[in-house]
Design a protein around this ligand. Structure first.
Ligand SMILES: *Cc1c(COP(=O)(O)O)cnc(C)c1O
Length: 474
């Protein structure tokens, strides 16, 4: 049989299409502001336009890009629009995307130190940098007993911490108790399910008027559990809850967890980044009492998904919970005990070279650039909050500590719902809502790379207009 023709994209073609793709991304960034922020397609609207079956013969790259423009683009919600104020920001920046591209180009698997020493050592080093940059407690530095690792998400970080806590407790799994507040992110409950703990042993502690966990109720709950023969195991506290940005009282929680030998995990997914600025480091007060901590550069530090920085006080507890060494992974470097094998710090074996993009971002912007970024967003959010306060139809639901403003129209839930839906269906901005104190609350999350004062001003104008027309029609 004749040898098959080479079916790869040639280096010349890659160069050509690679430049085209960079142009495509650049055009996208230049035009994203003009696109409707929230995708307006109906369920199935995209799938119905895709080729019924996979192509038998390879197609031209041109044809693929054409469908990208015609089918995929209209089905996107534009997270990078400066008018995107929903959920939480998407971290992205040009240096990050370039780092990601190189990571893909290298195709490195960083499961063991030996499978690419630079992949492991850069990650350890950049995570040590961040301990200094955010002034995190020294216990998280790799030079001591702790250390940091990049996880795909805060959900994974909290789960991995729970697995270490489960191991540390050395008790019957059906007796282990996990503590969160009523405001804690749903990922912890999911983690409890995955880790095989009983959902009946998950305690949702009530919160105070700032939506922070009540320590008196926590203490009572722990005592009751111990009296019932259960074993308190893990407490997930939050710095910046998803619904309202509440900050749990870490110093007091730390004292309680120390007293009862409970693993204290701190989830600062969005807000942790604020500590790059000395004036916002108060959010981390008490962090030295934590066993583990995570924050997401993929939310508010210009690094594209996925990038969660996860730190532990005692890395041995993590590796004891997760390490398994089959014959085919044995190697001299591991056996020397001188290296970190990050596969023992996470659930999957394989891992991407994620630190590259984070390193690019930190080097390109510097600490100062990142500080300016955070300061700008927080100042805009604080200004927005003042506008809400001085408007007769609106009220703040809580005082915003950082860049998330929770507010509502003083009318009914229905009024707020109509305002929200009319704004989002206009495509001019995108906001989401939550329930606080059983009231529908609008969330204005300010943190996109390109959001400037003019976008926040315009959003406020549109919100006020939507309110006026609702007041007339309802
Ligand atoms: C966004 C968020 C999460 C979930 O983050 P993932 O990285 O998507 O898992 C968890 N906790 C808090 C407080 C968050 O803001």
């Amino acid at each position: 049989m004749a040898p098959q023709q080479n079916y790869h994209m040639s280096p010349e073609e890659f160069r050509h299409w690679g430049y085209q793709v960079i142009d495509w991304i650049t055009n996208y960034w230049e035009n994203v502001e003009k696109l409707p922020v929230m995708s307006q397609v109906e369920p199935g609207g995209i799938k119905g336009k895709l080729q019924e079956t996979a192509p038998q013969k390879g197609e031209s790259f041109e044809a693929i890009l054409k469908d990208l423009n015609e089918i995929i683009l209209p089905g996107l919600t534009h997270w990078q629009s400066p008018n995107f104020f929903a959920f939480f920001p998407t971290g992205t920046s040009a240096p990050s995307v370039l780092g990601e591209l190189i990571s893909a180009g290298l195709g490195v698997q960083g499961m063991l130190w030996a499978t690419s020493p630079a992949c492991t050592e850069l990650e350890t080093h950049v995570l040590d940098w961040l301990v200094d940059m955010l002034e995190l407690p020294k216990q998280f530095l790799s030079s001591g007993t702790g250390g940091g690792v990049i996880q795909d998400s805060a959900s994974s970080a909290s789960l991995v911490a729970l697995l270490a806590a489960r191991e540390q407790a050395k008790a019957d799994i059906s007796k282990l108790v996990v503590y969160i507040s009523t405001q804690t992110h749903s990922s912890i409950e999911k983690g409890v399910k995955i880790a095989g703990l009983r959902l009946e042993n998950l305690r949702l502690i009530e919160v105070d008027s700032t939506y922070a966990m009540r320590t008196d109720l926590l203490q009572q709950c722990i005592e009751a559990d111990i009296n019932a023969g259960l074993t308190p195991c893990y407490l997930a506290a939050t710095i910046g809850t998803t619904s309202s940005h509440a900050i749990d009282p870490i110093p007091e929680l730390g004292e309680i967890t120390r007293k009862y030998n409970i693993w204290l995990h701190i989830d600062a997914a969005m807000s942790g980044t604020a500590a790059i600025c000395p004036e916002f480091r108060w959010i981390h007060q008490g962090l030295e009492l934590a066993d583990s901590y995570c924050f997401n550069p993929h939310k508010w530090m210009m690094t594209n998904f996925d990038c969660t920085c996860f730190y532990v006080r005692d890395r041995a507890k993590l590796t004891q919970a997760l390490s398994i060494v089959p014959d085919y992974l044995k190697n001299q470097a591991t056996e020397s005990g001188k290296v970190i094998d990050y596969r023992d710090w996470q659930i999957p074996l394989g891992r991407r070279f994620r630190s590259l993009k984070l390193w690019f971002v930190i080097r390109y912007y510097g600490i100062e650039g990142l500080q300016n970024y955070v300061r700008k967003h927080i100042a805009l959010a604080q200004e927005f909050a003042e506008w809400v306060k001085s408007h007769s139809s609106f009220e703040l639901v809580v005082n915003p500590p950082l860049n998330l403003v929770c507010f509502r129209h003083k009318g009914s839930a229905r009024v707020n719902e109509v305002i929200l839906n009319s704004l989002n269906s206009s495509g001019q901005l995108y906001l989401t809502s939550t329930q606080l104190n059983q009231k529908l609350t609008l969330r204005m999350s300010i943190g996109q790379a390109t959001t400037e004062r003019i976008h926040v001003e315009q959003a406020w104008k549109l919100i006020c207009q939507a309110a006026e027309s609702v007041e007339i029609t309802l």
